[in-house]
Design a protein around this ligand. Structure first.
Ligand SMILES: [Zn+2]
Length: 225
């Protein structure tokens, strides 16, 4: 078995498990039987090992001003930041440029990069979402983009879709899966059997994508330092 920290809470009703850089945390309600937790954790051992391996690989993208590379639609682009260039993505040259000014900081350069990713993703989503939503008969009220730390998209009960800007680094086939996933939520909010059967109708190999995000997804994140 693995080591873990047990965190008890009065409000909690269920047991949950989290694997982070700081170790394994188990969240449980007060009064829970410790041997029940032990038994439950034993059944999660493989999953925990996998999560620890993913964390250990540290596949998160380096900040491009260190590594000089950034992912766009699954391809490695050169990253250039200096005062001579304008901020843009050049698909022919496979190059992303961010203009550096006197008061540029890592944070502001990162923000400029995220903005460029946003434009790329928005263009792609625009070109796909309408026809997909018609095919899937999914009503959409609004579409927004923002940077999330732990999700690729969301769909509210009011049909407001939000996509993670960092998806711009993923191959288009994987982005399409996320679009289909969120559009399927317009019909079923839960991740139940009915939900996955809708997803499978429009992306029959969707498991390739769910596995891809599980194993490769972390490389889409861009560190902040
Ligand atoms: Zn979902």
């Amino acid at each position: 078995m693995f080591e873990y920290q047990l965190k008890l809470s009065k409000r909690r009703r269920t047991v949950a498990l989290k694997v982070t850089d700081n170790g394994v945390q188990v969240y449980a309600p007060y009064g829970v039987c410790e041997s029940d937790i032990d038994r439950w954790l034993r059944s999660k051992k493989l999953w925990v090992t996998q999560q620890q391996e993913i964390l250990a690989q540290g596949v998160q993208q380096q900040v491009p001003w260190v590594s000089g590379k950034v992912l766009i639609f699954g391809h490695e682009y050169d990253f250039v930041c200096n005062s001579q260039v304008t901020s843009r993505v050049d698909h022919q040259q496979k190059r992303v440029t961010v203009r550096k000014v006197a008061h540029s900081t890592i944070k502001s350069i990162r923000t400029a990069l995220i903005k460029l990713l946003n434009v790329e993703l928005e263009q792609y989503v625009d070109s796909r979402l309408h026809s997909l939503s018609v095919q899937m008969d999914s009503p959409i009220r609004s579409v927004r983009f923002r940077e999330y730390k732990s999700r690729w998209g969301s769909c509210s009960s009011q049909y407001a879709l939000t996509f993670n800007v960092l998806l711009a680094g993923a191959p288009k086939r994987m982005i399409d899966y996320v679009l289909i996933h969120e559009l399927a939520h317009c019909h079923v909010l839960a991740h139940n059997r009915a939900f996955w059967s809708i997803v499978a109708r429009y992306d029959k190999d969707y498991k390739i994508a769910t596995n891809w995000f599980k194993n490769e997804g972390k490389q889409l994140f861009i560190s902040k330092t």
